[in-house]
Design a protein around this ligand. Structure first.
Ligand code: BES
Ligand code: ZN
Ligand code: ZN
Length: 488
């Protein structure tokens, strides 16, 4: 998707050249580019503040049809996310203008925070992530993503070929997850979603297995079966295994794959149900992460486990008060059929831990509305008994701007999950702390301390879209997990 050019931006024939400007500092060494930015600053309608922009047409000495100058704010406050967002907005603008080519000139600025990457990385990432339209269902595709995005350095010094190919691959992973999440539930019922994952994985060196409802019955995964009981399409569990030739560590990733969450017999309200096609975003992120890690040749063994079900009400559906025996042999009283994510994860977590004996387990799930109440719709909650593990995830969150916040797992809250009739019940007896009690429920089904749960209910989906994403699935979690696994 990215094409590096060693030419100066002024020599690149393109529909639109993109330059960046800070409010208080010139960023380009190249004389022509610096002059254009300086001219932009003379117009009162452009001040270099973030989100400000100016378009010039018919500039002499430059081969581009037009030049877009994008504001980055104050130089001393510049960070990766400002660059990502500005590049993303530029690409979205180009797509909106129905242009067919674009070239971005990366300013070679050192970011104020020494821990930050050089500017080229985030610029390319924002551009790649924005270059996507979920248009499968449109008869007329009026806005089309660019076939390629040309990137050049200041004064023609582009030395980031490897970085460009790596970033393209990572962003393709995010876009794959977005496509799955935005897809309507009628086209991703469990059998089809499972097949779609297997098809994508089989193009890489990944072993893919699908466990069906008969296998589940035999091995005792009655929690998954109970959630799927109301749907005419039976549950599936996809297991992907990426195994490099030599490895030291095995990591299990588990992703919640509820292709539609109606709430079941505890049917959701009209406003709560509308975007519930996104309730498989954890599974989408895990599948896309394993596939991308294989493409990049990561050094650790990664097993992706995705329990996939549709949570529907019907005459066969599980009722509140029903008791099921999980894979772990613990019994669960299903007090609320809308708390289905933790049920399918319980079986998937204990199955994966027993079978693979991994060094680490990470699950990702659109688990609770309560996590959105706590952290809003942009930040995921991280829960782990191992402080080093959660700190590692939070570090990756900072680098990728897939934001995460460390949350507590207080032992004494476990009593809120006590059932009078079974070993545990699937919802807390009080309203408060719902994201925490959900995480504590999961903790009952993993033995290792090296486990981390990431609640992505907020950031997995965006109704309006953002600087480098359209409306719909955000693909949240793919870049986060890839960044984390790179260090394992
Ligand atoms: N899939 C939902 C959580 C969710 C809510 C994700 C909003 C994304 C946006 C989950 O299965 C659910 O329904 N959780 C209930 C739990 C409750 C019944 C204890 C919730 O959060 O209300
Ligand atoms: Zn639910
Ligand atoms: Zn759900």
């Amino acid at each position: 998707m990215l094409k590096i050019s060693r030419k100066e931006i002024s020599a690149i024939k393109t529909d639109m050249a993109v330059l960046f400007a800070c409010e208080d500092k010139s960023l380009y060494k190249g004389a022509e580019t610096a002059a254009i930015v300086a001219r932009a600053m003379t117009y009162p309608e452009f001040d270099g503040k973030t989100e400000s922009e100016l378009i010039f047409y018919d500039i002499s000495d430059i081969s581009a049809g037009r030049v877009l100058v994008c504001g980055l704010g104050k130089a001393g406050e510049l960070d990766s996310e400002i660059l990502r967002a500005a590049a993303g907005r530029a690409v979205k603008k180009g797509i909106g203008m129905k242009l067919s080519s674009i070239a971005i000139c990366v300013p070679e600025v050192a970011l104020p925070d020494p821990e930050e990457l050089p500017s080229a990385g985030p610029v390319m990432e924002g551009a790649c992530l924005a270059n996507h339209c979920f248009d499968q269902y449109l008869e007329k595709k009026e806005q089309k993503p660019f076939k390629q995005i040309i990137v050049c350095g200041d004064s023609g010094a582009g030395v980031f070929d490897d970085l460009a190919s790596r970033i393209s691959t990572i962003c393709k992973g995010t876009l794959l997850a977005r496509e799955w999440v935005s897809m309507p539930s009628n086209d991703k019922r469990p059998d089809r979603f499972a097949r779609s994952i297997v098809k994508a994985a089989e193009k890489e060196e990944i072993e893919a297995v699908v466990i069906d409802d008969r296998d589940m019955k035999k091995s005792g995964m009655h929690a998954i079966l109970a959630v799927g009981a109301g749907s005419s399409r039976k549950p599936k569990m996809v297991v992907l295994e990426y195994r490099p030739k030599a490895f030291n560590k095995s990591v299990v990733l588990v992703g919640k794959g509820v292709t539609f969450d109606s709430g079941g017999i505890n049917l959701k309200s009209a406003s709560g149900i509308s975007d519930m096609k996104m309730d498989m975003a954890g599974a989408a992120a895990v599948a896309a992460t394993v596939i991308t890690a294989a493409r990049l040749g990561y050094g650790c063994r990664i097993i992706g486990v995705m329990p996939i079900v549709e949570n529907m009400p019907s005459g066969d559906a599980t009722r509140p008060g029903d008791i099921v025996k999980t894979y772990s042999k613990k019994t669960v009283e299903i007090d609320n059929t809308d708390a289905e994510g933790r049920l399918i994860l319980a079986d998937a977590l204990s199955y994966a831990e027993k079978l693979y004996e991994p060094d680490m387990i990470i699950d990702m799930a659109t688990l609770t509305g309560a996590c959105m109440v706590a952290l809003g719709d942009k930040i995921a909650g991280v829960f782990s008994p191992d402080d080093d593990l959660s700190a590692g995830i939070v570090d990756s969150a900072k680098r990728t701007h897939e934001r995460c916040w460390n949350m507590p797992l207080p032992e004494d809250y476990k009593k809120l999950l006590k059932s009078d009739f079974a070993d545990i019940k699937n919802v807390s007896s009080v309203r408060w702390g719902g994201a925490i009690t959900a995480a504590l429920f999961l903790s009952e089904f993993v033995k290792t301390e090296n486990w981390c749960h990431i609640d992505i209910a907020g950031p997995a989906y965006s109704e309006k879209g953002a600087a480098y994403a359209g409306p719909g699935g955000t693909g949240f979690g793919v870049r986060l997990l890839l960044d984390f696994l790179e260090g394992v």
